[in-house]
Design a protein around this ligand. Structure first.
Ligand code: MSP
Length: 519
């Protein structure tokens, strides 16, 4: 049996409504989770919101409401976005949940028991936006001469009593980890960045705050709340049953589990340096892989509230369709690279690839069968051409789960598209409509080949476009046991023998037009 898979997104700060960057991460992770389930794996997929910290407390205060009221409303928008986009999470976690506070206190106590926490005074440059302290040498100068964090956010000099984590003790252990598990940090470019950072030496990390109280209380130090990243990272354990549900922990966070974190490139350091150090300190298993994906840019520009170019995933899904948006984001951007989106690019890709290459192929074939055979499934009589097409489709389709497993969705989509083009070339060469009068038996054999090929293509792409693929497979009567990645099931003959009647199909991807303001 393959190992259980635990796969997570980062948990988002609910400081504002979700944007397309959040949607991108959720969609990509969802595709990996769905593909793994189709490989018969036991999957635990978690996403959620990171609700503590000074920034949230300040925003709520500015609005004249409590942090709790603020996050209750904001978290609901993230959950709504996930539900709208078909994100098949098993758990939507909110760090303000009592079980999460208990898990964070448990990991704290485990790190304390290991002698890694001590009380001291902290002075340094703190960025409220990043919830992180920075070294003087890391700061950059803004256009007006102000000091900014490496992410370009404002920093202020801060002095407070704080608990510290002995991160300096973990330099060698972390370097050994990166050497032993070369896949731990992906893609390669981010791995090199982190190696250089850790090789440069690690300072102990301030892990508690006394200047505000919206957070998880430090056990035995009621004036302190945990540094938000300690509690945030622990969300992954909470969902796996830490500390009390040992059975669940053994399954989803055990030495035998396959644990994958999908996050953006800006938070790779937190996940590949601090997080494994906390876990080693608490004597817990480590994740297997941390993938830092790239950033989505709006027509090549960084999204920001001040530029007014922050795309709302809900509006995009409503304008273009959920599956078109999911497909576009994964097909357009090599996973790991930055990418750009625009209404034109979404419309173009959807129309040419989903609409023409796949949708029309299905539409032409199925309506021809519905009309000319009154919905009766055509009789196969395979020739070398038919076998060659099915072999090409199967080759592409067997590459796809492997590409999803190695977190390369764009490669999976490329294989799939190649197979769609092969089917289009086949239909043009065989011209079944011309055979209707001259050779009806051959026409049936061609249509039967296409029927099977289309169903296999729909199954293979279903992690990316689940709603349309399922609708098509339902329409075609493809049984549930033929909808996974694995041994091919000979369903066509039994469907035909059972007298299945195909109804006239509806177009899967109606042609998109550019919204008026984008023209
Ligand atoms: N709360 C932290 C993560 C804690 S994980 C234990 C955080 N939140 S965030 O809301 O700022 O970002 C959530 C995720 O969205 C991160 O992985 C981040 O990289 C990703 N993205 C934010 N903007 C993005 C784009 N423009 N494009 C793609 N992903 C982006 O960081």
């Amino acid at each position: 049996m393959p190992k259980p898979l635990t796969i997570t997104t980062a948990i988002a700060y609910p400081n504002g409504r979700p944007h397309i960057g959040h949607a991108y991460e959720a969609i990509a992770t969802d595709v990996f989770a769905r593909a793994a389930r189709m490989m018969g794996r036991d999957v635990f997929f978690q996403t959620g919101t990171d609700e503590h910290g000074l920034k949230v407390a300040q925003t709520a205060r500015g609005l004249g409401i409590t942090p709790r009221e603020f996050v209750d409303e904001m978290a609901s928008y993230f959950k709504e976005m996930d539900d709208l986009l078909g994100i098949s999470y098993d758990r939507f976690i909110r760090t303000s949940e009592p079980v999460h506070h208990a898990a964070s206190q448990a990991i704290w106590e485990a790190m304390a028991a290991n002698g890694d926490l001590y009380l001291d005074r902290y002075e340094g440059w703190y960025s409220v936006r990043d919830e992180a302290y920075y070294d003087e040498s890391e700061l950059v100068e803004g256009t007006d001469g102000a000091k900014l964090s490496p992410q370009g956010t404002p920093v202020e000099w801060t002095v407070e009593e704080s608990w510290f984590f002995r991160l300096s003790n973990y330099q060698d252990k972390l370097l050994a980890l990166y050497a032993e598990q070369p896949d731990f940090i992906q893609p390669e470019s981010r791995r090199n960045e982190i190696l250089r950072f850790v090789e440069g030496g690690l300072r102990d990390l301030s892990v508690s705050r006394t200047s505000f109280d919206w957070g998880v209380k430090v056990p035995g130090s009621p004036d302190h709340v945990m540094y938000v990243w300690v509690d945030a990272l622990t969300n992954y354990l909470t969902g796996c049953g830490y500390p009390d549900d040992t059975e669940r922990m053994a399954r989803y966070w055990g030495p035998e589990s396959d644990i994958v974190h999908i996050i953006g490139k800006d938070i790779v350091r937190f996940h590949t340096v601090y997080w494994p150090a906390f876990l080693m300190s608490a004597n817990l298993p480590l994740p297997g892989k941390i993938f830092g994906h790239g950033f989505l840019l709006n027509r090549g520009e960084k999204m920001s509230k001040s530029l007014g170019n922050v795309a709302d995933p809900k509006e995009l899904a409503e304008a273009f369709g959920v599956d078109a948006l999911r497909y576009f984001l994964l097909a357009e951007v090599g996973f790991g690279n930055d990418g750009s989106y625009s209404a034109e690019a979404i419309v173009h890709r959807t129309n040419t690839e989903l609409g023409n290459a796949f949708g029309n192929l299905a539409q032409r074939t199925l309506s021809f069968i519905a009309k000319n055979l009154e919905g009766r499934l055509p009789e196969p009589a395979a020739t070398a051409d038919d076998e060659a097409l099915l072999a090409a489709v199967r080759e592409a389709v067997t590459d796809m789960p492997r590409a999803f497993e190695k977190l390369a969705p764009h490669e999976a989509i490329q294989s799939w598209l190649r197979a769609c083009y092969a089917c289009n070339a086949y239909i043009d060469a065989q011209a079944p409509w011309a055979l209707r009068k001259t050779d009806p038996a051959r026409m049936e054999a061609v249509l039967a080949t296409l029927y099977v090929a289309i169903a296999e293509l729909a199954v293979a792409i279903s992690p990316v476009i689940p709603t349309s693929a399922t609708a098509l497979l339902d329409h075609m009567g493809v049984p549930a046991d033929a909808r996974g990645y694995g041994e091919s099931v000979d369903w066509y003959e039994s469907l035909r023998a059972g007298g299945f009647v195909l109804a006239a199909p509806k177009p899967l991807f109606p042609r998109l037009e550019l919204p008026a303001e984008a023209e």
